[in-house]
Design a binder for this molecule. Structure first.
Ligand SMILES: [Ca+2]
Length: 170
Protein backbone atom coordinates (compact mmCIF):
# COMPACT_ATOMS: atom_id res chain seq x y z
CA UNK A 1 0.00 0.00 0.00
CA UNK A 2 2.86 2.38 0.88
CA UNK A 3 4.44 1.79 -2.53
CA UNK A 4 1.18 2.68 -4.23
CA UNK A 5 1.00 6.11 -2.61
CA UNK A 6 3.64 7.83 -4.79
CA UNK A 7 1.95 6.44 -7.89
CA UNK A 8 -1.38 7.72 -6.61
CA UNK A 9 0.10 11.17 -6.07
CA UNK A 10 1.67 11.08 -9.53
CA UNK A 11 -1.67 10.15 -11.05
CA UNK A 12 -3.39 12.90 -9.09
CA UNK A 13 -0.74 15.40 -10.24
CA UNK A 14 -1.15 14.42 -13.90
CA UNK A 15 -4.93 14.58 -13.60
CA UNK A 16 -4.67 18.00 -11.93
CA UNK A 17 -2.38 19.24 -14.69
CA UNK A 18 -4.67 17.97 -17.40
CA UNK A 19 -7.58 19.71 -15.71
CA UNK A 20 -5.53 22.89 -15.22
CA UNK A 21 -4.22 23.21 -18.75
CA UNK A 22 -7.37 24.69 -20.32
CA UNK A 23 -7.23 27.45 -17.70
CA UNK A 24 -3.57 27.98 -18.47
CA UNK A 25 -4.45 28.35 -22.13
CA UNK A 26 -7.10 30.93 -21.28
CA UNK A 27 -4.62 32.91 -19.22
CA UNK A 28 -2.08 32.94 -22.04
CA UNK A 29 -4.71 34.27 -24.40
CA UNK A 30 -5.81 36.97 -21.98
CA UNK A 31 -4.42 39.81 -24.07
CA UNK A 32 -6.48 38.73 -27.06
CA UNK A 33 -9.54 38.38 -24.82
CA UNK A 34 -9.33 42.17 -24.53
CA UNK A 35 -10.97 42.37 -27.94
CA UNK A 36 -8.18 43.98 -29.94
CA UNK A 37 -8.83 46.06 -33.02
CA UNK A 38 -6.50 45.75 -36.03
CA UNK A 39 -6.18 49.01 -37.94
CA UNK A 40 -5.04 49.60 -41.52
CA UNK A 41 -1.40 49.93 -40.40
CA UNK A 42 -1.55 46.27 -39.36
CA UNK A 43 -1.11 47.14 -35.67
CA UNK A 44 -3.42 45.89 -32.92
CA UNK A 45 -4.98 48.17 -30.32
CA UNK A 46 -7.27 47.97 -27.32
CA UNK A 47 -9.63 50.88 -26.67
CA UNK A 48 -10.37 51.18 -22.95
CA UNK A 49 -13.45 53.20 -22.03
CA UNK A 50 -15.00 53.19 -18.55
CA UNK A 51 -17.06 55.77 -16.73
CA UNK A 52 -16.88 53.80 -13.47
CA UNK A 53 -13.19 52.94 -13.46
CA UNK A 54 -11.23 56.00 -14.53
CA UNK A 55 -7.47 55.71 -14.60
CA UNK A 56 -4.58 58.10 -14.31
CA UNK A 57 -1.90 57.86 -16.99
CA UNK A 58 0.20 55.80 -14.54
CA UNK A 59 -2.67 53.36 -13.95
CA UNK A 60 -3.45 53.19 -17.67
CA UNK A 61 0.21 52.40 -18.38
CA UNK A 62 0.10 49.61 -15.76
CA UNK A 63 -3.13 48.23 -17.22
CA UNK A 64 -1.64 47.98 -20.72
CA UNK A 65 1.58 46.45 -19.42
CA UNK A 66 -0.35 43.89 -17.36
CA UNK A 67 -1.84 42.74 -20.67
CA UNK A 68 1.52 42.58 -22.46
CA UNK A 69 0.83 45.82 -24.28
CA UNK A 70 1.92 49.44 -23.93
CA UNK A 71 0.04 52.71 -24.19
CA UNK A 72 -0.39 53.58 -27.87
CA UNK A 73 2.39 55.46 -29.61
CA UNK A 74 1.07 56.99 -32.83
CA UNK A 75 4.31 58.63 -33.99
CA UNK A 76 2.98 59.87 -37.31
CA UNK A 77 -0.05 61.90 -38.36
CA UNK A 78 -1.14 58.90 -40.45
CA UNK A 79 -1.35 56.76 -37.31
CA UNK A 80 -3.23 59.43 -35.38
CA UNK A 81 -5.62 59.66 -38.34
CA UNK A 82 -6.23 55.90 -38.04
CA UNK A 83 -6.68 55.87 -34.25
CA UNK A 84 -8.88 58.94 -34.10
CA UNK A 85 -12.03 57.61 -35.86
CA UNK A 86 -11.58 54.19 -34.22
CA UNK A 87 -11.54 55.84 -30.79
CA UNK A 88 -14.43 58.14 -31.67
CA UNK A 89 -16.38 55.06 -32.68
CA UNK A 90 -16.01 53.80 -29.09
CA UNK A 91 -16.54 57.07 -27.28
CA UNK A 92 -16.32 60.81 -27.90
CA UNK A 93 -13.76 61.64 -25.21
CA UNK A 94 -10.14 62.27 -24.18
CA UNK A 95 -7.90 59.32 -25.20
CA UNK A 96 -4.60 58.90 -23.38
CA UNK A 97 -1.47 57.85 -25.30
CA UNK A 98 2.04 56.84 -24.21
CA UNK A 99 3.94 60.10 -24.66
CA UNK A 100 4.73 61.95 -21.44
CA UNK A 101 7.47 63.85 -19.65
CA UNK A 102 7.19 61.51 -16.63
CA UNK A 103 10.68 60.87 -15.29
CA UNK A 104 12.17 63.48 -17.61
CA UNK A 105 12.67 67.21 -17.44
CA UNK A 106 9.42 69.14 -17.79
CA UNK A 107 8.29 69.20 -21.40
CA UNK A 108 10.79 66.52 -22.53
CA UNK A 109 8.21 64.18 -24.02
CA UNK A 110 9.06 60.55 -24.72
CA UNK A 111 7.01 57.76 -26.25
CA UNK A 112 6.79 54.39 -24.46
CA UNK A 113 10.07 53.25 -26.10
CA UNK A 114 11.97 56.35 -24.96
CA UNK A 115 11.97 57.93 -28.42
CA UNK A 116 11.47 61.68 -28.35
CA UNK A 117 8.31 63.61 -29.16
CA UNK A 118 9.68 67.14 -29.60
CA UNK A 119 7.58 70.06 -28.37
CA UNK A 120 7.72 71.58 -31.86
CA UNK A 121 6.41 68.39 -33.51
CA UNK A 122 3.59 68.98 -36.00
CA UNK A 123 1.64 66.25 -34.16
CA UNK A 124 0.76 68.76 -31.39
CA UNK A 125 -2.28 70.98 -31.72
CA UNK A 126 -0.57 74.24 -32.59
CA UNK A 127 -3.88 76.12 -32.85
CA UNK A 128 -4.16 75.70 -29.07
CA UNK A 129 -0.41 76.25 -28.55
CA UNK A 130 -0.01 72.69 -27.26
CA UNK A 131 1.82 71.38 -25.35
CA UNK A 132 1.03 74.06 -22.77
CA UNK A 133 0.60 72.31 -19.41
CA UNK A 134 4.17 71.21 -18.71
CA UNK A 135 6.49 72.85 -16.20
CA UNK A 136 3.73 73.63 -13.70
CA UNK A 137 4.82 71.22 -10.99
CA UNK A 138 3.24 68.04 -12.31
CA UNK A 139 4.13 65.53 -14.99
CA UNK A 140 2.14 65.84 -18.19
CA UNK A 141 0.90 63.25 -20.66
CA UNK A 142 -0.28 63.31 -24.26
CA UNK A 143 -3.81 62.57 -25.40
CA UNK A 144 -6.18 63.51 -28.17
CA UNK A 145 -9.82 64.46 -27.95
CA UNK A 146 -12.20 63.14 -30.56
CA UNK A 147 -13.91 66.50 -31.01
CA UNK A 148 -10.80 68.62 -30.88
CA UNK A 149 -8.79 68.11 -34.07
CA UNK A 150 -6.68 65.12 -34.94
CA UNK A 151 -3.72 66.48 -33.00
CA UNK A 152 -2.04 65.86 -29.65
CA UNK A 153 -2.68 67.78 -26.44
CA UNK A 154 -1.02 67.55 -23.03
CA UNK A 155 -2.47 67.49 -19.54
CA UNK A 156 -1.72 66.21 -16.03
CA UNK A 157 -0.73 62.54 -15.86
CA UNK A 158 -2.63 62.17 -12.57
CA UNK A 159 -5.95 63.34 -13.99
CA UNK A 160 -8.51 60.48 -13.93
CA UNK A 161 -9.21 59.65 -17.58
CA UNK A 162 -12.11 57.52 -18.81
CA UNK A 163 -10.34 56.38 -21.98
CA UNK A 164 -6.95 55.26 -23.17
CA UNK A 165 -5.49 53.15 -25.95
CA UNK A 166 -3.19 50.14 -25.49
CA UNK A 167 -1.07 48.88 -28.37
CA UNK A 168 0.28 45.37 -28.91
CA UNK A 169 4.07 45.48 -29.46
CA UNK A 170 5.11 44.62 -33.03
CA1 LIG B 1 -2.45 71.16 -22.79
Amino acid sequence: MRRALPALFLFAFIAWNAAASPDEGTRNQQRSSLDLVTLANGKKYYFYASLANKKTWYEAKEFCEAHNMHLASPKTQEEIDLLYPAADNVRDDFWLLSASDAGQAAGEFKWHDNSSLPRDSALWNKDDKEPNNFGKGHEVCAYFHTNHGQKLLDYNCDFPYRCFICQLPN
